[in-house]
Design a protein around this ligand. Structure first.
Ligand code: SF4
Length: 59
């Protein structure tokens, strides 16, 4: 299973990862984007490529 992480120091909560992920890995919880379903990740890396601050990592 992929490890999906949002670096809290780099994240500016623009939620582009949430918008682009078709697998429902991210969720917005009380206005803040979080990793919710990492087991759904298919390692397409779209979120990593889309995040302007480099906050998302897939391992
Ligand atoms: S790598 Fe793809 S499937 Fe995995 S969290 Fe990012 S956008 Fe979603």
């Amino acid at each position: 299973m992929a490890e999906v992480e949002i670096n809290p120091i780099l994240c500016e909560n623009n939620q582009l990862c949430f918008d682009i992920c078709s697998e429902g890995v991210f969720e917005v919880d009380r206005g803040k984007v979080v990793v919710k379903n990492p087991e759904n990740c298919n390692e397409c890396f779209l979120c990593v490529e889309t995040c302007p601050t480099g906050a998302v990592s897939i391992d």
